[in-house]
Design a protein. Structure first.
Lengths: 328, 338
């Protein structure tokens, strides 16, 4: 109960920081909290939010997937090539295709981790380079440019549905699915149990292999979907797409309070972590900070969030000890 | 395979085979002067275009045969083999678009010792391995061109901004430096540079930086992005914000990658070196060297037909011209080439 309350407190704190940043930037540039810019941030954060939610499942089981950004590049390139050669294909099919490509790549990770028993950080470090290399080979080093993609392919993430872009709606949908999955589906709760205490989880009949395969498959499929969205949003597919994005995804999880040690994390926290990063990325250009400082500021933000989390966890542990040994 | 024998059925078959194998350089010729254009690899539209320009120059000069050749894969080894065979065939001049600046030096030195005039174009051989190197452009010409181009697009006055690659990118920084120097000239006093931002050649960051520019400077009329990822992202941001016709994007990019943005109206004009002109100028320069009308010494100006006089700079580097402008009238045609 006290842990739950603490989580809530940290998320409230993160939300307050988000409001403070927005207010600070708005003081310099009032348009920043205008409706148009808030919509822009909602659209801009969708990909990071759904990717971070998928990654948080992996991290929750004490794993990590470093290959997600390379998966985005490869699936995106595959979708772009498909659209180039078959521009008449309905977009839902292209979307399905990209998701399946991503799922296949995710299953490669899953098999390596769950069955071959390679530590996930090593397995996905390997597949990260593998997928990136394949992206280059798939296109023979060439780029797929805007005029080679069909109009419908490019328009899809931008479609206006009830005043929000479809991309923003995909972010909302991702959050809803994640909430339902982690709170109301047995499998979702098993993931947390597995990450929290693997040996205990085994004794109560939680199948570790299946769950690991499952989380990497989910991360892969979501990355595949995002591959299409990314390429369509920025109208370009090349081997450098989303380079280094896996670190942003992991940073969003960590800032949001997902513990690298497994078992701890919430949907709200992860979403706030992703929003925090996107807010900073969008605020820095408006505030006009030197590019040399920008990356340093993002790094400092990540560190402060992690230190905050670590301190929080320690206090919690201390409280437990204190409760058990009132004499001290 | 003796190329000096008179035409017989057998040699013709042999020649046809050679041609099929991409060894076109072995074709016998009646021309008095033979120049070889050794490209990075065959089957690449960029080099086909360079050959097209070279052939144009050869026709203008008259009595010159220009032969394009190159390895099937872009390797220095392949080029060394080909240059050796060109030496054996006693070509008068060799133009090389080098796959490696240093690996080719021994073989091109050997060619020069045999009296063959060797120059590099587009991608250089180290100074000791060639008489001169023809760069498609240089930082000053690029900087001046980028400012002139955006000035023309936005009607001579207004606010502009630059969206570059990384803050440490050598090429981009040299161009930006020359853009600033150009803006300092009185004729561009009406153009105001609001900001230089960096998209790190990443589509997401470039897109956000472009959005930041559009939000921060409501009077912005032009964005110059001297990098393909940047120009693509800025064009996308302008279209997504519904600012087509109000804000124009310009910069450097490949026609095949920019065609869509010219069509959307976000880009009015952009620039890059034109490989046709590179092939054309290189052929003229090679011819002048063969005829002894030029020596390639630093400071010399070499007449290159319609491209005018090209000045040889320090270390034998000659900059051809300002980049070539692409707009809606020609982008589709060039998009098929490169």
């Amino acid at each position: 109960m006290s842990l739950n309350r603490f989580l809530k407190q940290r998320e409230t704190l993160l939300a307050l920081i988000l409001v403070a940043i927005s207010a600070g930037v708005a003081w310099r540039a009032p348009t920043f909290i205008g409706l148009a810019n808030l919509h822009e941030i909602a659209t801009d954060s969708a990909i990071l939010i759904v990717m971070a939610l998928a990654q948080s499942l992996v991290i929750m089981t004490r794993g990590i997937d470093l290959s997600v950004a390379a998966n985005v590049a490869l699936s995106g390139m595959a979708a772009a090539q498909l659209s180039m050669h078959a521009p008449w294909l309905p977009i839902p099919l292209v979307l399905l295709f990209a998701t399946l490509v991503g799922l296949a790549l995710g299953l490669v990770n899953g098999v390596l981790v769950a069955w071959v028993r390679i530590p996930s950080i090593v397995a996905t470090l390997g597949t990260m380079s593998l997928f990136r290399g394949l992206t280059f080979l798939a296109a023979d080093g060439k780029w797929v440019a805007q005029h080679e993609m069909s109009a419908a392919f490019l328009a899809f993430p931008r479609l206006d549905v009830l005043g929000l872009s479809l991309l923003a709606w995909i972010g909302v949908l991702g959050i809803v699915v994640a909430v339902v999955f982690t709170r109301h589906v047995a499998l979702g709760r098993e993931l947390r149990a597995l990450g929290g205490n693997p040996s205990a989880a085994k004794y109560v009949g939680i199948r570790e292999t299946t769950l690991q395969l499952f989380v990497f498959a989910v991360a892969g499929a979501v990355a595949g979907l995002c591959g299409y969205l990314w390429v369509a949003r920025y109208a370009i597919a090349y081997d450098g797409v989303a380079l280094g994005f896996e670190l942003q995804v992991i940073a969003a999880c960590v800032i949001g309070g997902v513990s690298i040690a497994g078992g701890v994390g919430s949907v709200t926290g992860t979403v706030l972590g992703a929003l925090f990063l996107v807010l900073i990325y969008n605020a820095l250009p408006v505030v006009g900070i030197s590019p040399f400082w920008q990356t340093a500021i993002v790094g400092a933000a990540i560190l402060s969030a992690v230190i905050l989390n670590a301190r929080g966890d320690r206090t919690d542990g201390l409280r437990l000890i204190l409760r058990r040994h009132p004499a001290h | 395979m003796n190329t000096r024998t008179p035409h017989s059925t057998h040699t013709r078959i042999a020649l046809a085979l050679c041609a099929a194998l991409g060894l076109g350089a072995l074709t016998p010729t009646e021309a008095a002067e033979r120049i070889a254009l050794v490209v990075k690899n065959l089957g690449n539209g960029y080099f086909e275009a360079a050959n097209k320009g070279g052939q144009e120059a050869a026709r203008e000069i008259g009595g010159v045969e220009l032969v394009m050749t190159g390895p099937t894969q872009p390797t220095a080894e392949g080029q060394i083999e080909i240059i050796n065979s060109l030496i054996a065939q006693k070509f008068d001049a060799i133009i090389v678009m080098a796959n490696d600046p240093d690996a080719l030096v021994p073989v091109t030195k050997k060619a020069m010792q045999r009296g063959i005039k060797v120059i590099s174009a587009d991608s250089a051989i180290a100074p000791e391995g060639r008489i001169l190197h023809l760069s498609p452009s240089n930082a000053q010409l690029v900087g001046e061109k980028l400012i002139a181009m955006i000035g023309k697009t936005i009607g001579g006055s207004g606010e502009i901004a630059v969206l570059s690659a990384t803050a440490q990118a050598t090429n981009q920084n040299a161009w930006i430096e020359w853009m600033k120097r150009t803006l300092a000239k009185p004729e561009y006093a009406t153009l105001k540079l609001d900001a230089v931002v960096y998209g790190d050649d990443q589509s997401d960051k470039s897109y956000r930086e472009a959005n930041g520019l559009l939000a921060t400077y409501p009077n912005l009329k032009g964005i110059i992005a001297p990098t393909t990822v940047g120009i693509t992202a800025a064009s996308r941001a302008v279209v997504d914000k519904g600012l087509v016709g109000k804000v124009f994007v310009s910069g450097l990019g490949l026609p095949s990658e920019m065609a869509g943005h010219v069509k959307s109206g976000a880009v009015d004009a952009f620039a890059l070196w034109n490989p046709i002109d590179v092939g054309y100028s290189a052929t003229w320069i090679a011819h002048r060297l063969v005829k002894g009308e030029a020596s390639g010494k630093p400071g010399e100006e070499i007449d290159a037909g319609r491209m005018g006089r090209i000045k040889v700079g320090d270390k034998g580097d000659a900059a051809m011209a300002e980049p070539f402008t692409f707009d809606k009238t020609n982008v589709d045609e060039f998009a098929r080439i490169f």
